[in-house]
Design a protein. Structure first.
Ligand code: PLP
Length: 349
């Protein structure tokens, strides 16, 4: 059987009549707005934001070379992740399959929605085996979660294996590209039209330096975007976020400069880390962070905290024994980290 969006959309969602807001019912030009019970004072903050985020979608569409009907915006990536469960997974019955280790929000959203979460381990070197992943699916598997570059491992998954999964799986493949701006591999976005079952997640939280405004993006077929749009909160992207995002999308050169600086800093940081006796292995990174294997992750983590430096202890995560995840910071921040690690290296462990 071929992929069919209708087949995998929950019946209640298919039947749902979405809430129609005042700003949905009238969208043309007007000068007197007496339709939404807003306060007439305190412009522009008194007005509800555009529920369809058209200006923002048009701007982003130009940047990504895609039409606005392929774009869904959420309150962070968390929102599209949750909505995918609510739209396509029947609580108590369906399941999803995800790589392990990976980003923790997929499991949280599965648990919140009472959906069984099946983990398939990456190989020891964090590469993806499409066969193994597909073997874990059955007729009740609605979503597969892939993350490339993957968090917390930092590596990009092999595009050949990703494409094989998209081609063979009859549910939706969610490919989280939160770190794609830092990655030498190309985004799959330009191939979106070929894959009616692909949802690509990106975010303004990393390369764009906008984690505080909470803007996540899902790219998919207009049909998938329509389903997600139907069940989102009507005004899910607030006015402050829409305005700031519009401003920053006009500064893509700035983003590119930040990415270049961060990647240069990553090389310098790697060169320092590799020389430290505390560090036994640097995993390959295609992102803005480095996963390192250490001689004693918890002790090093705590010694860094005492020195007011916070990294992420990932040592309890599958395949990540004694591993710490380090975000690449400014030159000054990275210098402080290296200095602290040198000090810690002199302590008895
Ligand atoms: C940081 C990150 C995100 C971003 O989440 P937002 O809710 O958009 O801030 C998404 N996916 C992964 C794998 C991440 O590491």
């Amino acid at each position: 059987m071929e992929f069919s969006l209708q087949n995998i959309t929950r019946k209640n969602i298919q039947a749902l009549q979405p809430y129609s807001s005042a700003r949905d019912e009238f969208t043309g030009e007007a000068s007197v707005f007496l339709d939404a019970n807003e306060n007439p004072f305190n412009a522009p903050w008194n007005r509800y934001p555009d529920p369809r985020q058209l200006a923002l979608k048009t701007r982003l569409g130009k940047l990504k070379n895609i039409t606005p009907d392929h774009i869904f915006f959420g309150n962070g990536s968390d929102e599209p992740i949750d909505l995918l469960f609510r739209a396509f997974c029947e609580p108590g019955t369906d399941n999803v399959v995800a790589i392990s280790p990976t980003y923790g929000m997929y499991r949280v959203a599965a648990d919140t929605n009472d959906i069984a979460y099946r983990e398939v381990s990456l190989e020891e070197d964090f590469t993806l085996n499409a066969c193994k992943l597909l073997a874990a699916t059955d007729t009740s598997t609605k979503l597969i979660f892939l993350c490339s570059p993957n968090n917390p491992t930092g590596n990009a998954l092999q595009s050949g294996e990703i494409l094989r999964i998209i081609g063979e799986f009859k549910g939706l493949v969610v490919l989280d590209e939160a770190y794609i701006d830092f990655c030498p591999e190309k985004s799959l976005l330009s191939n979106l039209a070929q894959y009616p079952n692909l949802v690509i997640l990106q975010t303004l939280s990393k390369a764009w330096g906008l984690a505080g405004i909470r803007l996540g993006m899902a790219f998919a077929s207009p049909e998938i975007v329509a389903v997600l749009s139907k069940i989102k909160y009507p005004y899910n992207i607030n006015l402050l976020t829409q305005e700031k995002a519009l401003e920053m999308l006009g500064l893509a050169r700035q983003k590119d400069e930040w990415v270049e600086t961060i990647l240069q800093q990553k090389e310098l940081l790697k060169n320092e880390l590799v020389r430290l006796p505390l560090v036994t292995l640097l995993y390959p990174s295609d992102a803005n962070f480095i996963l390192i294997k250490t001689i004693a992750a918890k002790k090093i983590y705590e010694a860094l905290v005492e020195r007011k430096i916070i990294v992420r202890d990932r040592s309890k995560v599958a395949l990540c024994g004694e591993a710490l995840r380090i975000t690449v910071g400014t030159a000054a921040e990275n210098g402080l980290l290296i200095q602290a690690l040198k000090e810690i290296g002199k302590l008895p462990m």
